[in-house]
Write a protein that binds this ligand. Structure first.
Ligand code: EPZ
Length: 430
């Protein structure tokens, strides 16, 4: 078993470089399936979700060549197989993008239902609604989602999403770029990674207009050719380190970011008494005084991101007064609260609302990451805490944060990876 051991209470000082965006990468890698030629993808984060998706492409028959630490060449032109191996795909939520990409490329896809973080129900009905509107038959049998374009090729059409869904917006884009005719997605999501996927596809020859607004138009083309594309910096990774500095105090320059993408997070930190200074491609975060309470409601972009909700909660636990967090995207994203309580936090949860009474400090405890962003929030709590915090189940965190231990150590955090004998296995052997 591998865990993080953190000796908390140290302010952070220095610089952190932000990696490429996970939620862009996990759509852009499947998008390579649509490209007839070599695509070079740069600024890929080194995280387990990326490795897993590249492995899935290889299993399907793609030629994947590592160029350097953050760059790969992917050539999917020789793939003839539209059935995704079960074991790998179930480990990752974003495997659902393989449905749209394979449907676009072959007019058929066989993909196991997606895995990923557990926030209660995570339906994909809006993805399926889009595929069906474009002429596909979709059903689930034998543990697989089977999708097949009834006349062999997806057909452009107009689709109104009943819910603003990142995944459905990107999946329909993937299914539409090689479709016959124009596809129009209304009530589309507007996250930076949606624009990034559209830019990737356009750079390979697609015709996508309006990404970043709530109406996206995709004119189907016959073929995408290869090219080179660099993924945007990770908004949530940057936000996570911004909140870490807010919680511990100190001064850190967070580099290689797009400050515009961080405005929703910056605005909340300013309200809480944290200084945030925007530079061209960096933000300087400084906290010297006390933290002030505030309220946060998570919403689709440009609202406050749900993927920053646990991390901002860690900071609000240390702010003077009562703060209220309303989760506006997922049904069950407060599973970390019990672990925070073990560290001295005072939080009451009622459905999608958490009421936080600020406390003077967290105290170190043994806790377990329950999902990716909750795990990151536990790291933040541990960094700010008095005493030692041990965080287990860190594979959740490593799905989405490249080199988190090295990056935090570089700004003065006392955090180590410790490998201990697997207690469960020992118990079985014994
Ligand atoms: C993406 O998930 C991200 N994952 C999530 O980040 C993020 O929390 C979420 O978008 C919202 O920003 C990836 O990009 C891989 P949605 P996704 O479809 O696409 C409902 C992280 O920590 N809905 O925008 O699955 C759904 O239940 C991860 O990096 C339907 O009802 O999210 C939710 O309430 C965790 N039917 C809301 O819409 C559907 O068909 C938004 O979900 C689809 C979604």
């Amino acid at each position: 078993m591998t865990k993080y051991v953190i000796h908390g209470g140290k302010p952070l000082f220095g610089e952190i470089d932000i990696s490429g965006a996970k939620n862009a990468a996990v759509a852009i890698i499947p998008a390579a399936l649509l490209v007839d030629g070599v695509c070079r993808i740069e600024n890929l984060p080194q995280i387990s979700d990326v490795t897993l998706l590249l492995n899935i492409l290889q299993e399907l028959g793609a030629d994947v060549r590592t160029v350097n630490r953050t760059t790969v060449d992917v050539d999917c032109s020789h793939i003839r197989n539209a059935r995704v191996p079960e074991e790998l795909a179930r480990k990752i939520r974003a495997s659902y993008y393989l449905i749209g990409a394979l449907l676009g490329r072959f007019g058929s896809a066989e993909v196991p239902p997606p895995g990923g973080c557990d926030f209660g129900g995570r339906p994909i009905d809006q993805h399926i609604k889009g595929f069906v509107a474009m002429g596909a038959n979709v059903d689930v049998r034998g543990g697989y989602i089977h999708a097949k374009a009834s006349n062999g090729r997806m057909m452009g059409t107009q689709i109104y999403l009943d819910i603003v869904s990142v995944g459905a917006t990107m999946n329909i884009m993937l299914a539409a770029v090689l479709a016959d005719g124009m596809t129009i997605i209304e009530n589309a999501a507007k996250e930076p990674h949606i624009v990034d996927l559209a830019n990737f596809l356009n750079s390979m020859g697609a015709e996508i207009m309006g990404a970043g607004t709530d109406v996206i138009k995709i004119r189907g083309v016959e073929r995408l050719t290869g090219g080179t594309y660099s993924i945007i910096p990770d908004q949530i990774e940057a936000g996570t380190y911004m909140t870490a500095v807010a919680a511990t105090g100190g001064e850190v320059l967070i580099k290689n970011v797009i400050p515009k993408h961080l405005e929703c997070i910056t605005a909340k930190l300013l309200e809480m008494g944290v200084d945030v200074e925007e530079r061209d491609d960096a933000v300087l975060v400084r906290r010297t005084g006390k933290l002030t309470r505030t309220n946060v409601k998570t919403l689709p972009y440009p609202g406050f991101p749900t993927d920053m909700q646990p991390q901002i909660a860690a900071v609000l636990c240390l702010a003077e007064g009562t703060s209220v967090i309303t989760e506006g995207v997922w049904d069950n994203r407060f599973r970390y609260v019990d672990e925070f309580r073990r560290m001295g936090a005072q939080i009451q949860v009622d459905g999608k609302i958490a009421v936080i009474e600020g406390v003077e400090k967290f105290t170190g405890a043994r806790i377990q990451a329950c999902d990716l962003r909750a795990g990151a929030a536990m790291v933040i709590a541990g960094l700010a805490a008095q005493g030692t915090t041990e965080i287990g189940h860190i594979h959740h965190i490593e799905r989405g944060y490249e080199d988190i231990v090295r990056k935090l150590s570089g700004v003065g955090a006392d955090i180590r990876v410790v490998v201990t004998p697997d207690e469960d296995k020992q118990a079985q052997v014994g």
